[in-house]
Each structure stands twice: as structure tokens, then as C-alpha cells.
Design a protein around this ligand. Structure first.
Ligand SMILES: NC(=O)c1ccc[n+]([C@@H]2O[C@H](COP(=O)([O-])OP(=O)(O)OC[C@H]3O[C@@H](n4cnc5c(N)ncnc54)[C@H](OP(=O)(O)O)[C@@H]3O)[C@@H](O)[C@H]2O)c1
Length: 324
């Protein structure tokens, strides 16, 4: 039986529509998961238009749900286990997932919260690790009101760092002190002292400004580029005592890091803020809210079983669900 999924379609609003795709067949070491929640990442919006995910392919990276078929080789979680995963093609009712890409969801954490963790949480965790986080470090997080930003603020604070959260407006800074930020700044105004680590999601002029504030030996982790603007370094800005600007991308299996993040969240040591929740049939609305910087934290889509298409809804594409 086919399953419903959000697939890339450049002619649809937000370049995504609901469609039916073949039921996935698990490969070696894969389990079949009935997805109940998926989270929307800024990267998904880029992927839908960049060609990185081909037209007609299922979008998405973050999924949470219940195992409905265990791996044939006996590895991985049993049927009925609640899991969360970082996997390609996550926005579907059922997804075949590698054992290494998922973690069990502990009691005390609901699947909507778990679904918010993979891309944003793993990016925050790994970029901080790569920068060499320590208790006496001054850590600047740009785009701090967003998905990556809110997790980075909390994880850095937990490691004992002095955390400076940079946001686009005072309203977007709300709640960040509660999450562990020692200072909340609009842009980088008023940041007088150098920082040791920058987790940068914004790029552009803010990246240039952050670089100038980096102490010798410090590290900028370039995680994202939501500003969409070029970064123009003034002459000699990169000449001087050694410090680094490092590109960042999530690579390899995320299961082990997801186990860390789900445990922290279940213990209440990591707050998952769901700034937008709704049915995946409202994908276009969720995408607009994310792009327009109206989502504090994460946007989570509820994967509803929904009605099968009726003949009236199918026209003019007889094999497709209505566009959304
Ligand atoms: N490299 C990787 O593996 C990886 C993994 C995860 C994410 N990313 C990237 O990291 C970035 C953030 O992802 P996310 O999921 O955290 O996104 P998000 O939840 O939408 O948050 C984005 C943040 O960027 C800020 N922002 C948006 N547009 C901006 C603009 N025009 N100028 C300045 N700031 C702007 C917003 O800050 P305010 O609302 O405060 O203004 C918002 O808090 C994206 O570029 C994403 O593609 C990369």
C-alpha cells in the first residue's frame, strides 16, 4: 500500500506537496518506523529549492514514531519501540531507517519534542564539541532564537560557558536567559569583550563582525547562513594571531548523539521549545512562519493519517494528493 509523504515539487507553494509514494522496504539493518511527528528545519526549505533533494523525492530529515517492523538481522529496536531519527526522506507516514541513525525515546519525552531534536540538536552539540567547549569559555551563539541557536545556548550553558545569545530583535530574545544565556544582544551591539567560540547560523556581515570579536586561539563554527548575505572581510581582518573559521556539516550516523540529546531532554536538562505545531497538511504555513522568523525554537509537523484522496480531490493529477 502506498504511503503519504511530503515530496519536492518546484511548482507547489514552498516547493513541497503531499503525494503518495511506494511503501518503503527496509534494507539490511533497517527498521520500519510509523512516523507520528517530523520537524521542519531551515535546511529543508533550502533543500526543496536547491536540487539537493530531487523533484518527486521525499523531503525531511527529522522523524519520530514507533517501530512497526524490526530489522531482519535482529539488530536495533523491537516492534513497538518509540524512536527518533536523523534520516533522509523523513516526511513520510512510514520510513525505513538505519539502526545507527536512530535512538530510543525515553519515557518522559513525547514524540513531538523528540522529533525536534535531530538536525538542530545534533548541529548544536557537534559544533560546540568541534570548537572545544570548556567551562571558562565565552561562547557567542548567533541566530540564538532559532532551532540550532536555542539548543546551542543550553548546551554551552550546561558546559559552564559564559553564553552570549545574539538575536534579530528584542522580542526574539525572549526566554533565552531562562535557557541559560548570560547576555542577550540584538545583533552584536554592546559586545565589548572577545569571545572564544562562535556558533554562527546567520553568516553575512554578522559573521564578519563575530570574527573580529574572536579571541586568539578561538574558533568560529560556520553552521548556517540564514542572512543570505555575503561576508566581506576588510583587508587584513584574517591576518594576526591564530584563530579559526571552520565549516560545519552533520556527517555520519547521529544515533549516539541523539541518545545524549533525548536523555537530556527527558531529564529536563534540555528544553525543547515548540514554537509552531500543526498537521503536515499545513506545511506551507509552517514554512512561511520559519522563513519569516516567527518561530521561537522549532516547528513540528504532526503526520496525520488523513483521508485517502477522493476522485474530486485527485483532479487534475489522478495519482496525486491535492497541493498544499
Ligand atoms: N551545517 C549543518 O549541518 C546545519 C545543521 C542545522 C542547521 N543548519 C543551518 O543553520 C541555520 C539555522 O538553522 P535553524 O534550523 O536553527 O533555523 P531557524 O530555526 O529558522 O533559525 C534561524 C535563525 O536565524 C536568524 N535569521 C533568520 N533570517 C535572518 C536574517 N535574514 N538575518 C539575520 N538573522 C536571521 C533568526 O534569528 P532572529 O529571528 O532572532 O532574527 C533565527 O533565529 C540555517 O542556515 C540552516 O540551514 C546547518
Amino acid at each position: 500500500m502506498p504511503v503519504r509523504a511530503l515530496v519536492v515539487d518546484p511548482s507547489a507553494p514552498a516547493a513541497v506537496r503531499l503525494a503518495e509514494v511506494p511503501d518503503p522496504v527496509p534494507g539490511p539493518g533497517q527498521v520500519l518506523v510509523a512516523v507520528s511527528h517530523a520537524s521542519l528545519n531551515y535546511g529543508d526549505l533550502n533543500d526543496a529549492r536547491s536540487g539537493r533533494v530531487p523533484v518527486g523525492a521525499v523531503l525531511g530529515s527529522d522523524a519520530a514514531g514507533v517501530v512497526v517492523e524490526a530489522a531482519a538481522d535482529g539488530t536495533g529496536p523491537a516492534v513497538g519501540t518509540r524512536v527518533v531519527a536523523l534520516t533522509s526522506g523523513a516526511f513520510a507516514e512510514r520510513v525505513a531507517i538505519d539502526g545507527g541513525a536512530l535512538a530510543e525515546v525515553p519515557e518522559g519525552l513525547d514524540l513531538a519534542e523528540a522529533a525536534a531534536l535531530p538536525v538542530a540538536g545534533v548541529a548544536a552539540l557537534r559544533s560546540l564539541r568541534a570548537a572545544g567547549l570548556g567551562p571558562d569559555k565565552r561562547v557567542l551563539v548567533t541566530g540564538a532564537s532559532g532551532g540550532v541557536g536555542r539548543f546551542a545556548v543550553q548546551l554551552a550553558a550546561r558546559a559552564g560557558a559564559h553564553v552570549i545569545a545574539s538575536v534579530g530583535s528584542a522580542a526574539r530574545g525572549e526566554g533565552l536567559t531562562r535557557l541559560g544565556a548570560d547576555e542577550v544582544l540584538v545583533g552584536l551591539d554592546g559586545l565589548g569583550h572577545p569571545v572564544d567560540v562562535v556558533v554562527d547560523s546567520v553568516g553575512g556581515p554578522q559573521l564578519v563582525a563575530a570574527w573580529s570579536l574572536l579571541a586568539p586561539g578561538g574558533s568560529v563554527q560556520s553552521v548556517g547562513w540564514t542572512s543570505g548575505e555575503p561576508a566581506v572581510f576588510p583587508p587584513y581582518a584574517t591576518v594576526g594571531p591564530a584563530k579559526s573559521l571552520t565549516s560545519f556539516v552533520i556527517e555520519g550516523d547521529a544515533g549516539a548523539d541523539l541518545a545524549v540529546l533525548t536523555r537530556l531532554a527527558a531529564e529536563g536538562a534540555l528544553t525543547v521549545e515548540l514554537g509552531w505545531q500543526g498537521s503536515w497538511e499545513r506545511f506551507t504555513e509552517a514554512a512561511a512562519a520559519l522563513r519569516e522568523r516567527r518561530v521561537p525554537g522549532k516547528a513540528v509537523l504532526r503526520v496525520t493519517a488523513g483521508e485517502r484522496p477522493t476522485s474530486a480531490l485527485l483532479a487534475p493529477h489522478s495519482s496525486e494528493m491535492p497541493r498544499i
